[in-house]
Write a new protein. Structure first.
Lengths: 449, 397
């Protein structure tokens, strides 16, 4: 689990210059470069409802304002509301002497006990999809305004088009120039909407009513001075912002909140625009169609055991390298020559000079608990290689801290073979996948002096 | 799925974001209300702490905060791929340059949006009224900002601001709680809040402000100010409204006294050391305006900002203004008889957002905003206070 727990200890240098833990990085197989979460493009892939797991295309979700039609959240605690069924006895319309029982539905929160009956919403006769939608009282006014501005914008656009094609004659130009007051010309940054005014002459439609003004307001109701604040009746700000358009200020005005959709994200390399990660469309599935996380392709460095360090004294540290690839991989480690930044390098390090061959990863044998994995025939120098187990190799580095009172940090260049299976698939003439050497700068924090 | 996404017309909708001092309002252009209103908070990726995005120390830090905030907005609330989208950013005219520049950097370079329109909030709020003359009062969280706008042009000479708004009310509540607030627990009655200061969190203060406090009436307000500000005797205070028991958790109850409920909002109307309150700056703004615009401005007042939603706010503001008008200081200078107020077709806290949503739905949005190509070429934003912002115009010409 160390891969995902203390992720800040070992970081790889991303192409953008940031240092990230390897489990947060991607390897683009087309540019063969590491990409961290900041240098990939995020895309909304498939929105889905987290409650009923219905997925839909982006455009449909947008029409529904990113809300599920069938699922509701409690306006008080945000828990998913449950539909409850009751039976209601009502007189039969054909024969008043007989009664018919009908099934009626209401919604209740299983967590805080809020129900639609608390706010006097009538029960529904179908289980889903029939709940009333709240109507913005200003909707008509806003759409009138919008219509009006759209007409003005069209006029403005036509004007611009006309100017583009009609060749200006000099006197026309001057006239135009002097019509504009110099102040407007100067403050164009702000004045660019002034043309959106309603008083733009006769071209604009005049059917828009002017906004009404009032000169006095109602005073506060007397309850404010005679009663304590009814905390149970006034909603909190978070409750109001669950319905930002309506912002109910009393608990009696609360309304079930349509469940907000979640989405699956796909990632793209920002340089070559190839997909780096794409989830399966079905929200039930946890599989990926494409998953190029760096952990699956690049040998991972880990610290074997914590060690104690003394200033200017050599300490032997065992690091491990594990090979995620299904091929044997050769790795060389080398110093980074010009790394002088003491933020990232506070110790001298002696690295193994020879190449290290990592055994291939074999899914099947990983689950067999056998110590006698002597099947591989690598000729190891026991001074460098501490142990081998499956696709993992423990190797020894000697670290000498040189900076006082700081964490022991080392860095080195990790160079490894990489068999590019994607490119091989494209160039089918060669059977063997092409071997590329990749280099990564690795930064480790080993502990304190 | 995403292949066809860019082909549909529906997807050309711009998204509109208003990053306020306390809350971020965000939604799609052409809609009647914002999709979400979330606190202006961000998680510091290095320390893991949740921080207010306006409390940034340097632009690198702000860059990370804004990236985090916009990521949440886009991928949690709007479910929108930001690439090549149009954006309307609603900003205060006094927005610091480094904030604007950093926001532009995040939008253009990190999220690669197509074009961004930076629009001043006061002007946009007038779009919701369908008028272009107005005295816009923004009572937000950090400050109150009054800007007169005449025929779509800001009268910058008349710009007035004062750091009295939601935050001032909260700090007044806090100081009063510290002074004489008490907490009752199961085993201890009337424990002073000052002895357990940890319970007074920002969330608690905000909730007390929202649910317990109100803006009192003018005459009572004057009586209170006589005592608290001008040293009158305490028995002249109007009888305070009843106390409220505010449950903190299962066992302890905070006593929010009637004085806190009534007096806290007085901070907005008390004359401070410079004889200024949110009502006087409205009149001061009018005094600075050209004489022929004053009547038109005074009869087109628009109030926006979340703090204006406090119960009783409008009534009090109107009475404060008309009583100040009788004072000789203003009566001689201003030839105004009264004030008329507009009501925007939106809640006060998203009035400016609605204006942005209206302008974002227009065809001409692209020609008014700054495209990514131009930004990458020039490397900066046009700014009203900067003389060399002509380049935006050159491109159009």
């Amino acid at each position: 689990m160390a891969t995902f727990m203390s992720i800040d200890l070992i970081k790889y240098l991303c192409n953008c210059g940031k240092k990230c833990p390897i489990c947060r990085m991607y390897l683009c197989k087309h540019c063969l470069k590491l990409r961290c979460i900041d240098c990939v493009q995020h895309e909304v892939d498939s929105p889905y409802c987290p409650s009923c797991l219905e997925s839909m295309p982006v455009s449909e979700a947008k029409l529904k304002k990113n809300r599920c039609i069938n699922c509701f959240d409690c306006p008080l605690c945000g828990h998913t509301l449950m539909t409850r069924a009751t039976s209601q006895v009502s007189p039969n319309p054909d024969d008043p002497s007989k009664a018919v029982t009908r099934k009626m539905y209401y919604m209740a929160c299983g967590f805080c006990r809020w129900s639609t009956r608390d706010v006097n919403l009538p029960d529904q006769n179908v289980a889903t999809g029939n709940w009333p939608v709240m109507e913005n009282p200003n909707a008509k006014r806003i759409s009138n305004l919008l219509e009006n501005y759209k007409l003005i914008a069209q006029v403005e656009k036509a004007e611009r088009e006309r100017k583009k094609y009609v060749k200006r004659r000099s006197h026309l130009y001057l006239q135009e120039k002097y019509n504009m007051s110099p102040a407007i010309v100067k403050r164009k940054g702000m004045a660019s909407f002034s043309s959106l005014s309603l008083k733009e002459g006769d071209k604009t439609p005049d059917d828009l009513d002017q906004s009404e003004t009032v000169s006095s307001f109602d005073p506060l109701p007397t309850e404010f001075f005679t009663k304590p604040a009814a905390l149970d009746k006034i909603t909190k700000l978070t409750h109001r912002f669950m319905l930002p358009e309506f912002q109910p200020d009393e608990t009696s005005k609360l309304h079930p909140v349509r469940k907000h959709l979640l989405m699956r994200k796909s990632l793209r390399c920002s340089e070559c625009e190839h997909n780096l990660s794409k989830a399966d469309f079905n929200p039930n599935s946890i599989k990926f169609k494409i998953q190029l996380t760096a952990l699956h392709w690049i040998p991972e460095v880990r610290i074997m055991t914590p060690s104690t360090f003394n200033l200017n004294k050599e300490t032997v540290v065992t690091l491990t390298l594990s090979n995620p690839s299904v091929f044997n991989t050769t790795v060389t480690l080398s110093q980074i020559e010009n790394e002088t930044d003491t933020d990232y390098c506070t110790a001298k390090v002696e690295l193994p000079k020879k190449e290290i061959v990592l055994a291939s990863r074999d899914e099947a044998s990983m689950h067999v608990y056998e110590e006698s994995t002597a099947t591989h025939d690598f000729k190891d120098d026991p001074k460098l290689i501490a142990f081998r187990k499956g696709n993992k190799v423990g190797f020894i580095v000697k670290v000498t801290p040189v900076v006082k009172d700081s964490d022991v940090k080392i860095c080195f260049l990790l160079k490894h073979e990489f068999r590019n299976t994607t490119v091989a698939a494209l160039q089918s003439e060669s059977k063997e996948p092409e071997i590329v050497w990749l280099e990564h700068k690795v930064y480790l924090c080993l502990g304190t002096v | 799925m995403s292949l066809y996404e860019n082909l549909s017309i529906e997807d050309q909708k711009a998204f509109v974001v208003d990053i306020g001092a306390a809350y971020v309002k965000c939604g799609l252009a052409g809609e009647n209300g914002p999709t979400c209103i979330i606190p202006s908070l961000s998680k510091n990726s290095r320390t893991g702490q949740v921080v207010k995005i306006w409390d940034y120390k340097n632009t690198e830090e702000l860059y990370e905060y804004l990236k985090d905030l916009l990521y949440t907005l886009l991928f949690r609330h709007l479910l929108l791929t930001p690439r090549d989208k149009r954006v309307v950013v609603i900003e205060s005219i006094l927005c610091p340059s480094d904030f604007r520049d950093t926001l532009a950097r995040v939008l253009y370079k990190h999220f690669e949006v197509g074009c961004v329109l930076f629009a001043p909030s006061h002007l946009l709020s007038l779009l919701t009224l369908g008028t272009n003359i107005g005295l816009v009062i923004d009572v937000g969280y950090q400050e109150t900002l009054v800007i007169p706008i005449y025929e779509g042009i800001h009268i910058l000479k008349g710009l007035q601001s004062i750091p009295l708004a939601g935050k001032a009310i909260e700090s007044r509540i806090k100081s009063q709680l510290m002074e004489h607030g008490t907490v009752c627990t199961a085993d201890k009655q009337h424990q002073a809040v000052a002895s357990i200061p940890d319970i007074v969190t920002d969330e608690l203060l905000e909730d007390i402000k929202i649910r317990c406090c109100f803006v009192t009436e003018y005459t009572r307000g004057q009586q209170i100010q006589d005592v608290t500000m001008r040293g009158g005797h305490a028995n002249k205070l109007p009888p305070p409204p009843p106390d409220t028991d505010y449950p903190l958790d299962g066992s302890s109850v905070l006593n929010v006294s009637g004085r806190i409920r009534e007096h806290s909002c007085e901070v907005l109307f008390e004359l401070d050391s410079e004889e200024a309150s949110i009502a006087t700056i409205v009149l001061d703004a009018l005094v600075k305006c050209p004489i022929d615009t004053r009547i038109a401005l005074a009869s087109n007042i628009l109030v926006m900002g979340g703090t204006a939603m406090m119960p009783g706010f409008y009534h009090r503001l109107q009475l404060e203004l008309s009583n100040l008008l009788k004072k000789p200081k203003y009566a001689q200078q201003l030839g105004i008889k009264g004030f008329r107020f507009h009501k925007a077709p939106a809640k006060e806290n998203y009035t400016a957002w609605l204006g942005g949503a209206l302008i974002g739905a227009l065809e001409t949005l692209a020609s008014k905003s700054l495209s990514r190509d131009v930004y990458l070429q020039k490397g900066k934003l046009p700014d009203w206070c900067c003389i060399d912002s002509e380049f935006l115009e050159e491109k159009k010409g």
